[in-house]
Design a protein around this ligand. Sequence first.
Ligand SMILES: *Cc1c(COP(=O)(O)O)cnc(C)c1O
Length: 390
Amino acid sequence: MASDRTYGPMTELVIRGRDPAEQFGFVNPPIVRGSTVVWETMADYASAKGRYSYGRRGTPTSDALCDALAALEGGAHVALATSGLNACALALLAALGAGDHLLMTDGVYEPTRRLCDGLLKKLGVETTYYDPALGAHVADLMRPNTKAVYVESPSSLTFEIQDVPAIAGAAHARGAAVIMDNTWATPLYFKAHDHGVDLAVSAGTKYLGGHADVLIGWVSATGAYAPALKAAHGALGLCVGPDDMFLALRGLRTLGVRLAHHQASALRVARWLELRPEVAKVRHPALESDPGHALWKRDFSGASGLFALELKPAPKDAVAALLDGLELFGLGYSWGGFESLAIPYDASGVRTATNWTPRGPTLRLHIGLEDVEDLIGDLEAGLERYVAAS
Ligand SMILES: *Cc1c(COP(=O)(O)O)cnc(C)c1O
């Protein structure tokens, strides 16, 4: 259905990866369950006639999702993974091998850090963590065997924005790949390949799924890195269940409207929190007060619903009083769904290249699709409990 003509991003989300004329007129592509593909004749078998040969290597359902994601990313090839973390691992394994050196942002999602310090180390890849604020100066940390520089912007939990084009310039000057975890902005709000990223990773579990009911990930590669991505994906035998792919494709259709709502509500809550006396700092790159704001404004076309705040110092019990009484915010990790979430965190034990020293207890909020005034009311009552228990 979708021709080579390009449309606006919201239109692309609606039209890609489906063709009613090929689907008996139905709007959505069918969920194809299949391992075996059979041929009619020995000649057809010998020439592997047709598009499909084995369920693991692709089905009409995986093609539909990959085609739609590839249109959104603007890269050359998309490979699906069974979770976001699985996609991080896939990109790293595509780019690196024994004897190679990896430069990794100190603000990386913690399970990815454990992957580098564990399995990748065991496979002979050495990792050096760098300050996410370094920009082009990552060049000073590069070695002759540095094969990849990994960025995550904003940082998990701490929300620093990285200068991705400057880092990419330094990496490419020495022949290293740039890998990015682009989960926070999604390719709708940050065009990773346009900013020099070779392998763009996303946890589709978050905003693509959007309903807290699916685990999925994907990696998008430029033409230069597509062969390595395909090889790693095939060797690992990665394939995603057909129902999960269908849920991801369904989420894609409404990604634009959901993100716009998350963005507007989160910014409204962030601005409200900035003015509260109980709050020391709000970490949200779309706020003018944020240190990453200028870079965010230059490179991103939007912000999602996830940000953090530092409270003025108070005992642990006060934080519990705030969180335990919230009616609309759940205490849970996997954000990006329709519901609001709040978790307390302390990133100080996670960092190795930089120091993380918040002034008081820190919370991460995900602002969902509820009425924003209801969310503010819930948080206001929480802050009042915080003061009362301090
Ligand atoms: C959640 C998340 C992941 C991992 O996604 P899963 O699907 O839970 O494995 C990776 N990176 C970032 C930035 C995330 O927020």
